[in-house]
Design a protein around this ligand. Structure first.
Ligand SMILES: *[C@@H]1O[C@H](CO)[C@@H](O)[C@H](O)[C@H]1NC(C)=O
Ligand SMILES: *[C@@H]1O[C@H](CO)[C@@H](O)[C@H](O)[C@H]1NC(C)=O
Ligand SMILES: *[C@@H]1O[C@H](CO)[C@@H](O)[C@H](O)[C@H]1NC(C)=O
Ligand SMILES: *[C@@H]1O[C@H](CO)[C@@H](O)[C@H](O)[C@H]1NC(C)=O
Length: 521
């Protein structure tokens, strides 16, 4: 009984403190000022864009606005009567750039001002690009509450003045459609939720040794490596994912993981295997291997317009090369040992990617094994451990941080706290070296996720990392307990929006540990 009462009291305390404190934003903006007024959202909430250079012919802004209004209203029936004063009639959005191309480095900053009650009736958003404005819409949506007495949407703590921009330009989430196929609808829901936490890169680990689900017009047998007839993506499906993501401010980084993670390629073209008995890595001695690579990257360049492509390069076990007579002879003729051949493969793949207009990202083994010979434009993707970014930027190369001990979502025992605390710039203090850390990425390897459980495995832990990547360092909590109520509130908001985000007190994708309020789980 005593325990129950304590839990109940704690619940009431949390409830009151959350209501009193309007700052339930996730991720926390760079600068937030607010007052104590209350505004009521008009039933006919409007978007205005006078003063914008941006035309919105593509309807990126107006569609995002409609989605935002739906999200604000999704949890309850809004059937109360809006008072005649203190009403917020809409948002006035001014965007200063006409350009709606999204890529690495696109300006994502915004200003959001919400008036005190009784003054102007429109909130103001200013942004350089439409993508900054989308972030402002998301922030705005998180300020809105349903009032159970009046049964309308209210906005507390007005006036608001929020000035915001991301800490890192690269804020990624990786999905893996080789270990399990993910239907388009599942990928789109992941993208939607990424936009709620202001992540901006969907790293699509499309193919691997297990399956090859994507149509490649240049080499039409490659998707014979799919698990089944229906577990595949057409080129048009891939383009749909890219456009869907782009309209939400999210870039798609496509990956082919060569030469080590490519066994499935040989189901369509067996000569890519060293031999039938030894199927991985791709046959380095065969010119056809590089023709296929060229075909794939040519096909990619028509669909994936992000500045970077990911060329993998991790976990290359070269024993099939030395164990296969024709490759062994080729190595001998070329005067290469197996590690030279690995380097030769990676550097040649990079050249092919360049020829299709891409800059490239490789997993960290390429740096660990032959960093000095790596093209200096290479972005090194850390995963094995901590302290790698430090070495990479010391060598003058760019880095993305995904150390597996903290930022691998498939590690089900990693808690949201460890996602929150992982600091990409740890031990990197020189400003010019800090700039070389483009950001970080949480990775959802697909061995134990498919459409049935991917959401609760990703969320809310990826949201914890998203704040680390968005919010200025001085605003990040050194003790995660301080942000737990705010993250719990956000997790419940995700649930209200139809996202199956798991409880905070269950590492990985656990179930609620006990009965009680969402914000205590
Ligand atoms: C809801 O609205 C009522 C009536 O307008 C007001 O008295 C009350 O304070 C509001 N409740 C909250 C939690 O804001
Ligand atoms: C490398 O591959 C060979 C042959 O497939 C296998 O026997 C060996 O165990 C692998 N080595 C490692 C370190 O995985
Ligand atoms: C491969 O050859 C290079 C010289 O080309 C040498 O530096 C390296 O140690 C050799 N690696 C192995 C694993 O034998
Ligand atoms: C940073 O440096 C400290 C002291 O040398 C070390 O203990 C820690 O592991 C380093 N952190 C990373 C991420 O390498």
């Amino acid at each position: 009984m005593g325990v129950l009462r304590t839990a109940l009291l704690m619940g009431i305390f949390l409830w009151v403190s959350l209501l009193a404190n309007g700052l339930n934003l996730w991720p926390m903006p760079a600068s937030v000022g607010y007052g104590s007024g209350i505004l009521y959202l008009s039933n006919n909430f409007q978007l205005r864009t006078e003063g914008s250079k941006y035309s919105d012919d593509s309807r990126i802004l107006s569609d995002a606005f409609l989605r935002m209004v739906d999200l604000v209203r999704v949890a309850h029936v809004i059937d109360g009567i809006v008072p005649s004063s203190g009403v917020l009639d809409g948002l006035h959005v001014r965007i200063f750039s006409e350009d709606d191309k999204l890529n690495f480095g696109t300006d994502e900053s915004y200003k959001l001002s919400i008036p005190a009650s009784g003054k102007e009736t429109y909130a103001q958003i200013e942004a350089q690009t439409v993508y900054g404005a989308l972030h402002a819409l998301e922030t705005f949506s998180q300020l809105c509450y349903f009032n159970f007495t009046s049964k309308i949407i209210e906005l507390h703590s007005a006036p608001w003045k929020i000035i915001d921009q991301p800490r890192f330009p690269y804020r990624g989430l990786m999905i893996d459609t080789s270990r399990h196929y993910l239907p388009l609808a599942a990928i789109k829901k992941v993208i939607d939720t990424m936009s709620y936490v202001k992540l901006n890169v969907l790293h699509w680990h499309i193919v691997d040794e297990d399956s090859f689900p994507l149509e490649m017009p240049s080499y039409p047998n490659l998707w014979n490596g799919a698990y089944s007839y229906s577990e595949r993506y057409t080129t048009a499906d891939a383009l749909e994912i890219v456009l869907y993501a782009q309209r939400r401010g999210i870039n798609v980084l496509a990956e082919i993981d060569v030469p080590g993670h490519a066994r499935s390629w040989g189901l369509g073209y067996p000569s890519l295997w060293p031999s039938f008995d030894c199927r991985e890595p791709l046959d380095v001695s065969n010119e056809f291997t590089f023709q296929v690579l060229d075909g794939i990257l040519s096909d990619f360049s028509k669909v994936f317009k992000f500045k970077f492509v990911h060329l993998g390069g991790d976990e290359v076990n070269t024993s099939c090369w030395t164990a296969t007579p024709h490759i062994k002879n080729w190595l001998k003729k070329k005067g290469l040992n197996e590690s030279d051949a690995y380097r030769y493969f990676v550097l040649r793949a990079q050249k092919i990617a360049s020829s299709h207009g891409y800059e490239f990202i490789n997993w960290e083994e390429t740096f660990n094994d032959f960093g000095k010979q790596l093209n200096p434009k290479t972005v090194v993707h850390n995963w094995l451990g901590r302290g790698v970014a430090e070495k990479v930027v010391d060598a003058g190369l760019r880095c993305i941080v995904s150390n597996q001990d903290k930022w691998y979502l498939d590690h089900l025992d990693s808690t949201w706290e460890s996602f929150y605390l992982n600091e990409p710039l740890e031990n990197i203090s020189k400003p010019e070296q800090q700039k070389l850390v483009l950001g970080g990425e949480v990775c959802m390897w697909g061995e134990t996720v498919d459409a049935s459980d991917i959401e609760q495995t990703i969320w809310p832990r990826a949201a914890a990392a998203a704040e680390r990547l968005w919010t200025p360092t001085w605003k990040l909590a050194t003790d995660p307990k301080l942000v737990a109520p705010r993250l719990a509130h956000f997790r419940c908001l995700l649930n209200k929006r139809g996202v199956a985000a798991a409880p905070l007190f269950a590492p990985g994708r656990g179930t609620p540990p006990f009965t009680g309020s969402c914000i205590q789980q």
